[in-house]
Design a protein around this ligand. Structure first.
Ligand SMILES: NC(=O)c1ccc[n+]([C@@H]2O[C@H](COP(=O)([O-])OP(=O)(O)OC[C@H]3O[C@@H](n4cnc5c(N)ncnc54)[C@H](OP(=O)(O)O)[C@@H]3O)[C@@H](O)[C@H]2O)c1
Length: 267
């Protein structure tokens, strides 16, 4: 059976994706910063491995352990990530750097370590979990959304250079789904922005209350991983927003997004 290595499997999308691939009989290298969080996932075809995307040595160890146990890596799912929420002015340089270290440089580091394995076999698929936030901006998500824009640019560029090596690149672009994401949001604030932050937060909470479970994302990751076509982008529950964004004049779209800072959700 083919082998997939997934980052960020302690919760949410990574966990569900592990279960999805394992149920299809794949060999799964399920990785997390704290591998004890993966105990419930272990099975004959699931290896629980330590991997912090900001720690090159842990990446090298996890990739080597996967190849040793399963012989190869056919699919890499770069899923690990988190968000910083709040005004850019309130963020320390360290907070902004850490956002990119995990969401962008971490993803690039894991990819660099897996690529020699995929190139040797002249086959492989890299599935990068981006976000609808990789396609447009939103108030107080400057750090998180810019990191996802970087993931989009990296992935779209990388697909050109890997095509000749038989390696595909895919982007998953989910809208809001219920996972550990909101509870792990790192929030920063500054008094001068507080009324708008408060209103935007009420939208985030409102959307999270309505957000569905993330199983369709895991399904989409599996679909993208097994899709032999050259398709790059796989939105999940975001087609309408993307269609509206594509047809609305920029100024109208921006007015709509900006309204979230002054108008609270109903109910
Ligand atoms: N949920 C949504 O609505 C949504 C929408 C669009 C995109 N996404 C993206 O989906 C991905 C998964 O998020 P989620 O929604 O499933 O949230 P989640 O439940 O909070 O899961 C995030 C995962 O990333 C891991 N992680 C964070 N920093 C890491 C690091 N340095 N090294 C390794 N793993 C690390 C976390 O591990 P720990 O437990 O160790 O912290 C956790 O396993 C993220 O890239 C996120 O940006 C989510």
């Amino acid at each position: 059976m083919p082998t997939v290595l997934i980052t960020g499997c302690s919760s949410g999308i990574g966990r569900l994706t592990t279960q999805r691939f394992a149920a299809h009989g794949w060999n799964v290298a399920a990785t997390a910063r704290h591998p004890e969080t993966l105990a419930a996932l272990e099975a004959p075809n699931v290896a629980a491995l330590a991997l912090d995307v900001t720690d090159e040595a842990s990446i090298a160890r996890a990739v080597a352990a996967t190849v040793e146990r399963f012989g190869t890596i056919d699919v890499l799912v770069n899923n690990a990530g988190y968000g910083v929420f709040g005004p850019l002015e309130a963020m320390s340089a360290g907070q902004l750097e850490q956002q990119f270290k995990v969401n962008v440089f971490g993803l690039a580091a894991v990819t660099r370590h897996v690529l020699p394995v995929m190139r040797r076999q002249h086959r492989g698929t890299i599935v990068n979990v981006s976000s609808l936030g990789g396609r447009f901006g939103s108030p107080f998500f400057s750090a998180y959304y810019s990191s996802k824009h970087a993931v989009e640019g990296l992935s779209e560029s990388l697909r050109y250079e890997l095509k000749a090596h038989g390696i595909r690149v895919k982007l998953i672009e989910p809208a809001h789904f219920k996972t550990g994401f909101i509870s792990s949001l790192e929030c920063v604030t500054l008094s001068t922005y507080e009324p708008q932050i408060d209103t935007m937060k009420s939208w985030v909470v409102h959307q999270d209350r309505k957000a569905p479970p993330a199983d369709p994302i895991a399904e989409m990751v599996f679909k993208a991983a097994t899709d032999p076509s050259d398709r790059l982008r796989y939105p999940v529950r975001g087609r309408i927003a993307l269609a509206i964004h594509a047809v609305l004049p920029d100024a109208v779209w921006r007015a709509m997004m900006g309204a979230g800072m002054s108008r609270r959700p109903r109910s």
